[in-house]
Write a protein that binds this ligand. Structure first.
Ligand SMILES: Nc1ncnc2c1ncn2[C@@H]1O[C@H](COP(=O)(O)OP(=O)(O)OP(=O)(O)O)[C@@H](O)[C@H]1O
Ligand SMILES: [Mg+2]
Length: 218
């Protein structure tokens, strides 16, 4: 059984077909890079994977059950999604870091927070910072940390290294590759061709709303 299955999925807005009849199987442990021209439908595909939007036609199935059969909270706990434009809320970084704990009625786990900041080579002094004063690359990493405080089953990443310098991109890539090594299924959109082939076992090309190819890399 596939972990996530797209069954003849279309997403239409008005009279514009943004995704057309997509059928794809995502297996547990996959690391899939999603590439293709701008405007082709990559982010829309990932939003469907996260249940942020629902298909106009067809089904998206997670572990054999249609997404619509799960509560939004269940899916949110299993499937983490990082936006193309990082979205932080509230005033401070701490509010964002505390959020995944508070929605689970848990107290902030300081050790976990310290660990994860060090994985990203970031100081925990960031916690007190105002989110508005962060650089784009800092926002990206805080959003990523927020989504990884609790280990997801599936990690959906939309160009999460686009604002990072080479060194920090490498740090993030290594964290993601090691999570995949621990069994997390990863789907990430990237425009960086070298990045797209380095860690992935499959390369999904989406063009003009259609799956152009699904290449097995290793
Ligand atoms: N909710 C929506 N309503 C209407 N049009 C949309 C919606 N979401 C996306 N689009 C349009 O669908 C097309 C695909 O958008 P999408 O964001 O999925 O592309 P993309 O492949 O991620 O592009 P990029 O590489 O530039 O991020 C675009 O033409 C976009 O303007
Ligand atoms: Mg996009």
């Amino acid at each position: 059984m596939s972990l996530i299955e797209f069954q003849n999925v279309s997403f239409v807005d008005g009279d514009k077909a943004i995704l057309k009849n997509i059928s794809v199987n995502i297996e547990k442990g996959d690391f899939i890079s999603i590439v293709g021209p701008s405007g082709g439908g990559k982010s829309t595909f990932l939003k469907l994977c996260s249940h942020l939007i629902s298909p106009t036609n067809g089904n998206v199935v997670f572990k054999g059950k249609n997404y619509t059969e799960y509560s939004p909270m269940e899916l949110r706990k299993s499937i983490a999604y990082c936006f193309q434009t990082p979205y932080l809320f509230g005033d401070t970084v701490l509010e964002n870091i505390n959020f995944p704990f508070s929605i689970r009625n848990e107290k902030l786990d300081q050790e976990r927070v310290i660990d994860i900041f060090s994985m990203f080579h970031m100081s925990i002094d960031y916690l007190d910072k105002n989110t508005q004063n962060l650089s784009g690359g800092e926002k990206q990493r805080i959003a990523l940390i927020r989504s990884l405080l609790f280990m997801p089953e599936v990690l959906l990443l939309d160009e999460v290294t686009s604002a990072l310098d080479a060194e920090n991109a490498k740090i993030v890539e290594n964290v993601i590759a090691s999570l995949n090594g621990e069994g997390v299924t990863v789907l990430w959109i990237t425009h960086n061709l070298e990045q797209s082939r380095k860690y992935a076992n499959k390369l999904l090309t989406i063009e003009a709303g259609e799956v152009k190819s699904l290449e097995v890399l290793k």
